[in-house]
Design a protein around this ligand. Structure first.
Ligand SMILES: [Fe+2]
Length: 269
C-alpha cells in the first residue's frame, strides 16, 4: 500500500504569491498522477486553503479533482470546517452533520484515521475530551488491522523553529498522545502544519511531519535550485516492515529524490 501525503497548500486567490501557490498545487497533483506504481490514496493533512473561503475551496476542488487516486482532506487551522465540508461533500467521506472533521477509511490493509485538532481560538492545536472519545471509538471500531493516523498539528514537540509545541497546552497534546497509544494498533502518525520536515515519536509510535506544498511558505534551508519545487511524502507500507517514507521533489528527476525517514515494524508498535 502506498499513501501519498501532501499538506499545507494554503491556496489563496489574492495574495502576492497566489499564482505560485496554485501552480505548486497543480504540479504536485500532476507528479502524483505520473507515479508508477500509483499511490493507493492521497491524504492532504490540512491548511488546504489560506482564508477558509468558498471560492478558495472551489479552486482546491478543481485541482484535486484531477488526481487519479482517491483524495482525503483534513482541516488545518487556516481551514473553515463548514466551507471545507460543503466543498468536499460530493466525495462522500465527510459526515454532513458532524461537529468535527474526523473519519476512518476502511478500504485498505491499513486503516486510515483522520483527526480534527482545530482550535476555536488560535492557530495552535486543541484536543478536547470529546475528541478523545471520538478517536478512541474510531480506533476500537475494528481490531484486526494496523492504523495510520493523520493530524494537522503534530503530536510531538518539534525541536527546530520558533515554536516547539504546536498545541495550545501540553495537556491537550498529552490527551492526544494517550489516545493514540491506547490500543497498540496505531503504528504511525502523519502530520503537517509546521511547513518543514520533522520526525518524532508518540511512545513507540513513529510520527512525522511533511513539508508544505506551498513553496513560498516552506521553512528550512534548501538549495536555490529547489525554490520552485514542492515536496511531499510517499509512505509505503509493508506488513513485515511497517511504513517506509520517501521524500518526493516535484519536477526533479526521480534520481534526485531524497531517501529519508523511517521504518517501523508492526511488532514494535
Ligand atoms: Fe497549519
Amino acid at each position: 500500500m502506498i499513501i501519498a501525503q501532501i499538506s499545507d497548500t494554503h491556496l489563496a486567490l489574492d495574495t502576492p504569491d497566489a499564482v505560485q501557490r496554485i501552480s505548486d498545487f497543480e504540479r504536485t497533483i500532476a507528479d502524483l498522477n505520473a507515479l508508477d506504481p500509483a499511490p493507493d490514496v492521497i491524504v492532504h493533512t490540512g491548511d488546504v486553503v489560506h482564508h477558509g473561503r468558498q471560492d478558495e475551496y472551489a479552486e482546491a476542488v478543481r485541482i484535486l479533482s484531477k488526481a487519479r487516486a482517491p483524495v482525503y482532506v483534513l482541516a488545518g487551522n487556516k481551514d473553515d470546517r463548514a466551507n471545507l465540508r460543503a466543498a468536499f461533500a460530493p466525495f462522500g467521506y465527510l459526515a454532513p452533520d458532524s461537529k468535527f472533521i474526523d473519519y476512518a477509511i476502511e478500504d485498505h490493509p491499513v486503516r486510515l484515521i483522520a483527526v480534527d485538532t482545530l482550535s476555536a481560538s488560535s492557530n495552535k492545536g486543541d484536543f478536547c475530551p470529546e475528541r478523545v472519545k471520538r478517536l478512541i471509538d474510531m480506533i476500537d471500531a475494528e481490531t484486526g488491522k494496523p492504523i495510520a493516523v493523520f493530524t494537522h498539528h503534530p503530536p510531538f514537540e518539534v525541536m527546530v523553529g520558533p515554536e516547539r509545541l504546536h498545541f495550545e497546552t501540553v495537556e491537550m497534546m498529552d490527551r492526544l498522545r494517550q489516545a493514540l497509544q491506547h490500543s497498540g494498533r496505531v503504528i504511525t502518525v502523519f502530520s503537517g502544519h509546521v511547513h518543514r520536515a520533522a520526525e518524532g515519536h508518540v511512545g513507540h509510535i513513529r510520527a512525522s511531519v511533511v513539508q508544505c506544498i506551498a513553496t513560498t511558505l516552506r521553512k528550512g534551508t534548501y538549495p536555490p535550485q529547489m525554490k520552485a519545487h514542492p515536496v511531499y511524502h510517499l509512505h509505503r507500507y509493508d506488513p513485515a516492515w511497517g511504513f517506509i517514507t520517501e521524500t518526493r521533489i516535484v519536477g526533479m528527476a526521480a534520481a534526485a529524490s531524497i531517501d529519508s525517514a523511517a521504518r517501523e515494524t508492526i511488532g514494535a508498535a
